[in-house]
Design a protein around this ligand. Structure first.
Ligand code: ADP
Ligand code: MG
Length: 220
């Protein structure tokens, strides 16, 4: 067993202001296969941090690197990052299989079908290929959204409150499934939530965000 940690993502002292400062010197490290949860109240800057990592938002100051390569000025489409949003953002006019296969590129349809089957198995939705998005429950839709993000297969998986629309009981059980799915996929993940319990259930580590500042890592 090789215990050497491989650094996947480094966020160094990033700052961003709109009318007011939103990120005020945020630093974060993510190792390969690790899940770091970021927990904080609404409006503290969690989504903005993820958007900066994904390259959807330029930062004023600081650096972001992925696998040791500075991507601070690299556009979103060239970053090896995938994101799961709060509302899932599944394409309503495509079935489950087409949604999951959407980010896959340059592979044959046979390989795509096989990969979709594997991903559906991973999220415990085997046989759901042909189902319409409007026939899924909230929990099933969250898992399809996660499968679609894993299908992209980037270095960093960013989850922006993927369970926020669900009720507390479902959120609690699904947060454990999400942890298992992400671990089984071997993904490295920054997981954002406003719910402290969910943060602990999903993450290997939990960091707290407060008004644009991340507080030092607390081990679980
Ligand atoms: P969270 O995800 O923690 O709820 P956000 O990152 O969405 O918080 O927002 C943090 C703050 O930044 C909020 O005050 C929000 O209004 C502000 N903000 C986010 N994006 C923009 C933007 N594009 N323009 C102006 N203000 C923004
Ligand atoms: Mg948010």
């Amino acid at each position: 067993m090789n215990n050497k940690k491989i650094n996947i993502l480094t966020v160094e002292n990033i700052h961003l202001s709109f009318a007011l400062p939103v990120l005020r010197g945020v630093s974060l490290n993510l190792d390969e296969g690790e899940i770091v949860s970021v927990v904080g109240p609404s409006g503290c800057g969690k989504s903005t941090l993820l958007r900066c990592i994904a390259g959807l938002q330029q930062i004023d100051k600081g650096n972001i690197s992925i696998r040791g390569i500075d991507v601070t000025h690299v556009p979103a489409y060239k970053r090896s990052v995938s994101m799961v949003f709060q509302d899932g953002q599944l394409f309503p006019h495509m079935n489950v299989a087409k949604n999951i296969a959407f980010p896959m590129r340059k592979i044959s349809s046979k390989e795509k079908r096989q990969r979709v089957r594997e991903l559906l198995e991973l999220v415990d939705l085997s046989g759901f290929e042909k189902r319409g998005i409007d026939t899924l429950s909230g929990g099933q839709a969250s898992r399809v959204a996660l499968a679609r993000s894993l299908a992209r297969g980037g270095d960093v998986l960013l989850c922006d409150e993927p369970l926020a629309a669900l009720d507390v009981a479902l959120r609690m059980s699904l947060s454990l499934s999400i942890r298992k799915i992400v671990k089984n996929a071997g993904a490295s993940c920054v997981y954002v939530t406003h719910d402290g319990e969910e943060a602990k259930r999903v993450g290997d580590k939990v960091v707290r965000m407060d008004e644009g500042v991340l507080h030092p890592m607390q081990l679980k």
